[in-house]
Design a protein around this ligand. Structure first.
Ligand code: 4AD
Ligand code: MG
Length: 430
């Protein structure tokens, strides 16, 4: 049926061969007797020249009438032409309009971002957003490759929950028949239950956070890549995380070199990113911040500014371990010194936290006490606490925000462009 534009540009078809392409109009310029059209499909863009004499009058009229974002089927002969963008063009032998497009509302540069977000259902075809979606596809599939090759099973945890995993302040509530339920913030607690049969599990699910602040790195709905492993301690998990992140960056940069360049990222950096990544403790991080003149006291959690400052000292992702117990979630294992056995991975150049993980607390009494301290009733976590009653084992797990990772790899200012339809405090439409 249709050939792909990328294959024409790559020389898969010799000059003079007639091919058929289905695509959308990027540009059209006509002088009546000759029409120059640029069309795109999912693989690339190519110039089409339609000349009176080469095609019937109907086809010439159709070519002449092609307008921005109209869909079209073009038959044409491949021709090498160094002046054409990409080095090859199609000399049309037939042109048909499939779906007309009148007054396409996104034309030229310099649109207000809010207007583009209102038009997201159309803007989603733009070169930049398409490139980012291709990168995301590579990121997600290379994550899955890594997990499978490392002995993990993919599982499908629930999204509707009866209790919180990451604290009540960012929970989305919903009416569940006659009861109250919540949208998942994390699959973690369920993944913990699944390690008893499968040992190493992972999931890729939407997570929901009712984030009240407007930032360039928070979404209300994001895709969460989470792993959980039996018999694995914190430091062994960190070794695995640097393998995972390197693999995903290397593979994505290999597959999406052109897209990353076009987006203003540096594919060579991501292609060559290798373990080991630097590791510091929370205590060391506090000292670095204080030496840099930050008014930061031990016991606080790092915010955007602190993470940015810390990441400026390294050109690789940075692991920060052992945060104060007080600021972290109830399930993180008590290290015995007012700290927990946790890790955050902070991306370089100010891109901030990409991974949060920890070894899990296995002591039933300690867990109950920490749940109570968070102002919640341990009875609500009955099933979770059962996991500590029946064959508990040391285990660790982590969560990685797919959009945070894609934002860093694509060098994007704003996280909203790493998801087709961003949901934020001020938007859930279209
Ligand atoms: O650090 P978080 O809150 O950790 C958890 O949810 C753990 N239960 C995960 C686990 O151990 N299974 O979230 C994990 C990651 C963050 O590091 C960040 O990349 C991403 O999820 N994330 C967000 N991404 C986009 N928008 C938001 N509002 C996000 N909140 C967290
Ligand atoms: Mg976190």
């Amino acid at each position: 049926m249709f050939v792909k534009i990328k294959d024409i540009l790559a020389g898969k078809y010799p000059d003079g061969e007639e091919v058929q392409v289905g695509g959308w109009v990027v540009k059209n310029r006509s002088s009546g007797k000759i029409v120059f059209t640029v069309i795109r499909d999912s693989s690339g863009e190519i110039q089409v020249t339609t000349k009176k004499g080469n095609v019937c009058d109907d086809a010439l009229r159709e070519a002449d009438a092609l307008s921005l974002e109209a869909s079209t089927i073009i038959k044409g002969k491949v021709r090498t032409d160094p002046r054409a963008p990409g080095g090859r063009e199609l000399v049309a032998t037939d042109v048909k309009i499939v779906g007309a497009s009148r007054d396409y509302p996104i034309f030229g540069e310099g649109h207000n971002p809010e207007v583009l977000l209102d038009l997201r259902h159309l803007h989603i075809r733009s070169k930049e957003l398409v490139a980012i979606m291709k990168v995301k596809d590579s990121v997600l599939s290379s994550c899955r490759e890594w997990f499978r090759a490392s002995g993990f099973y993919e599982v499908t945890p629930p999204i509707i929950m009866s209790s919180s995993c990451e604290g009540g302040s960012t929970l989305f509530e919903l009416k569940y028949f006659d009861e109250k339920a919540y949208l998942s913030q994390s699959a973690q607690l369920y993944l913990e239950s699944l390690i008893f049969g499968l040992e190493k599990v992972y999931s890729v699910t939407p997570s929901f956070r009712a984030e009240k602040s407007r930032t360039t790195r928070h979404l209300a709905e994001y895709w969460h890549i989470e792993g959980e492993m039996a018999w694995v301690g914190l430091y062994e998990m960190i070794d695995m995380l640097e393998q995972l992140v390197s693999y995903v960056c290397n593979k994505t940069a290999e597959e999406r070199h052109e897209e990353l360049r076009m987006l203003g990222s540096d594919p060579e950096y991501f292609k060559n990113l290798k373990p080991p990544f630097p590791r510091i403790t929370y205590d060391e991080a506090v000292k670095i911040l204080q030496a840099d003149g930050f008014d930061f006291k031990w016991g606080d959690d790092f915010g955007t500014h602190e993470e940015r400052q810390l990441s400026m000292h390294y050109d690789k992702p940075l692991f920060i371990t052992e945060y104060p117990l007080e600021v972290k979630a109830f399930y993180m294992k008590d290290a015995g010194n007012a700290k927990v056995l946790n890790v955050d991975m902070i991306a370089p150049r100010g891109f901030g936290e990409i991974i949060g993980g920890s070894e899990r607390e296995t002591d039933l009494a300690l867990l109950e006490e920490r749940i109570r301290k968070q102002g919640e009733d341990p009875a609500k976590y009955g099933w979770y606490l059962d996991l500590r009653r029946y064959g508990s084992v040391p285990h660790s797990g982590f969560g990685m925000g797919a959009e945070r990772l894609v934002r860093w790899i694509c060098n994007q200012e704003h996280i909203r462009d790493t998801i087709p339809y961003p949901r934020t405090i001020s938007r859930f439409n279209p």
